[in-house]
Design a binder for this molecule. Structure first.
Ligand code: NDP
Length: 476
């Protein structure tokens, strides 16, 4: 019997993906650069399903049904290219190579083109949910050709997470679309985590709640519109008391790390000219937290005297923070979906944004009830310019705005940093403004660099002769 799919790269992610496939009744060929991982997988989990271990590239390829489907789960970057080069020469027209690692979508585009020219399908697939997701059902975002999805789709849908009976896997779009969408997913994840962290900081710093009390607040929020995996785990983390007797959150060094996908999202956002300020602030907030010498040097800088909240303001504060968190979260997701739209326009992908939200409802880190509302918003209006103008979100954010503004002013008054909340509100106010001071910026640019400007009352480009006595205007 031959295998319907093979997995090469059997570290934690590859191993769990292979086990997930086997547990669903698929025969899985196994391969890893060093033989030990392959042997160990069969020894430890061989009874979970049908595995065909292979100890050479040739043996691996020969173990597969046609069209052959090879999932590569190795360290992203050079190793992925090395593994592709190891297998591509052994494959035949129509076979499919799937890179399920965390590749940059530009690498995926390059690899797809090169392999297409050699008659092979290359699918860059985002896989979210970490090792647990890989084993029990991840959210899967495959790109590549439609044709490749015909054979791969049923397998991936089978092993993906399910929500309301629907698989959390869909064909995203051509070449790098899957890895692009996974990248934005991670960017949104950064923003969401930062907003939740700011909520905690405010509840503690402005309202004096203890971590365990904040855990309860989050648990309550998790029964409402903020119901999500991230809120749930936040509550767990805050509740945890360390062996030393201190709240866990107080013994952890306050320097957040990152592996790079958030940074990619921001870099690409800049390239595409999409204002994804919520994601950017979240990445910068991690950088600031990790800037130890800088923070050390600045520690004594003066701030406001803190008179924490009392009376009525204190009483409503947790509800106000919930509103601020919700509104800021809508902004972060709106920005992320706009980035996907911009990427699709730039690279010619046909991406169904509502489906993207739907497959993020399970398996991945940002899974949340909230995503159903995004799916509905795009179902009602597929070309929606921003989530903020869709009926439900519009009303919710308008209703939240008084609390949102009040929470941010409290933060400013007390000197509690809320880059995520603040940038989200600035974005909202910027979008809805009748006039922006960009008009003045255009004037400055024309003054020092003759960069020209357009007028509100006439077509054309103009330049003012700033050095001339009469500052007359000329067509440019
Ligand atoms: P690692 O990223 O730690 O990679 C280890 C695997 O890569 C091993 O199988 C190793 O083989 C193989 N490898 C490294 N270099 C080469 C090479 N030059 N040629 C052949 N094989 C090589 O494994 P993970 O399981 O953590 O992650 C796999 C992929 O999944 C990565 O791209 C990662 O970014 C992505 N990912 C990881 C998530 C996670 O939570 N860990 C979540 C989502 C995606 P050997 O055993 O011989 O050393």
């Amino acid at each position: 019997k031959k295998a319907s799919i093979g997995v090469t790269g059997l570290a934690v992610m590859g191993r769990n993906l292979a086990r997930n496939l086997a547990r669903h009744g698929h025969t899985v060929a196994l391969h890893n650069r060093s033989e030990e991982r392959t042997r160990k997988l069969v020894e430890e989990f061989g009874d979970e399903g049908e595995f065909i271990p292979a100890y050479s590239a040739r043996e691996f390829v020969d173990a597969l049904e046609r069209p052959r489907q090879i999932v590569i789960m190795v360290k992203a970057g050079g190793p992925t290219d090395a593994v592709i080069e190891e297998f591509a020469p052994l494959l035949e027209q129509g076979d499919v190579i799937i890179d399920a690692g965390n590749a940059h979508f530009a690498d995926t585009r390059r690899r797809e083109k090169a392999l297409r020219e050699r008659g092979l399908h290359f699918v860059g697939s985002g896989v979210s949910g970490g090792e647990e997701g890989a084993l029990h059902g991840p959210s899967i975002m495959p790109g590549g050709s439609k044709e490749s999805y015909q054979s791969l789709g049923p397998l991936f849908e089978d092993i993906s997470a399910k929500v309301d009976g629907e698989p959390c896997c869909t064909h995203i779009g051509a070449d790098g679309a899957g890895h692009f969408v996974k990248m934005v997913h991670n960017g949104i994840e950064y923003a969401d985590m930062q907003l939740i962290a700011e909520s905690f900081d405010l509840l503690r710093g402005a309202a004096g709640y203890a971590p365990a009390e904040i855990a309860d607040v989050f648990r309550t929020w998790n029964t409402g519109r903020l119901d999500s995996y991230l809120i749930e785990i936040t509550s767990e983390v805050l509740k945890h008391v360390d062996a030393s007797g201190s709240p866990f959150v107080d013994v952890v060094e306050d320097a957040a790390e990152q592996k790079g996908t958030g940074r990619w999202t921001v870099q690409i956002g800049l390239d595409l000219g999409v204002p994804i300020s919520g994601i950017a602030e979240a990445v910068f907030a991690r950088s600031l937290s990790g800037s130890k010498p800088l923070r050390e040097a600045a520690r004594g800088l003066g701030g406001p005297s803190r008179a924490p909240l009392s009376g009525a303001a204190l009483e409503t504060f947790a509800d106000d923070v919930e509103q601020a968190l919700y509104a800021s979260k809508v902004v972060a997701y709106a920005q992320g979906f706009n980035q996907i739209q911009a990427g699709a326009a730039e690279y010619g992908w046909d991406i169904d944004l509502g489906r993207v939200a739907a497959i993020w409802r399970g398996g991945c880190i940002i899974r949340a009830k909230f995503l159903n509302d995004i799916t509905s918003a795009y179902a009602e209006e597929p070309a929606l310019p921003t989530l903020l103008t869709s009926g439900g979100f519009r009303k919710a954010v308008e209703d939240a705005q008084d609390s949102w503004r009040s929470v941010i002013s409290t933060a400013v008054r007390l000197g509690i940093p809320t880059p995520g909340f603040s940038t989200a509100l600035a974005y909202y106010d910027g979008l809805r403004a009748d006039r922006l001071p960009a008009a003045l910026v255009q004037g400055q640019r024309d003054f020092f660099g003759a960069h020209t400007y357009r007028r509100v009352d006439r077509e054309g480009s103009f330049h003012t002769l700033w050095a001339a006595e009469d500052r007359s205007e000329v067509d440019a």
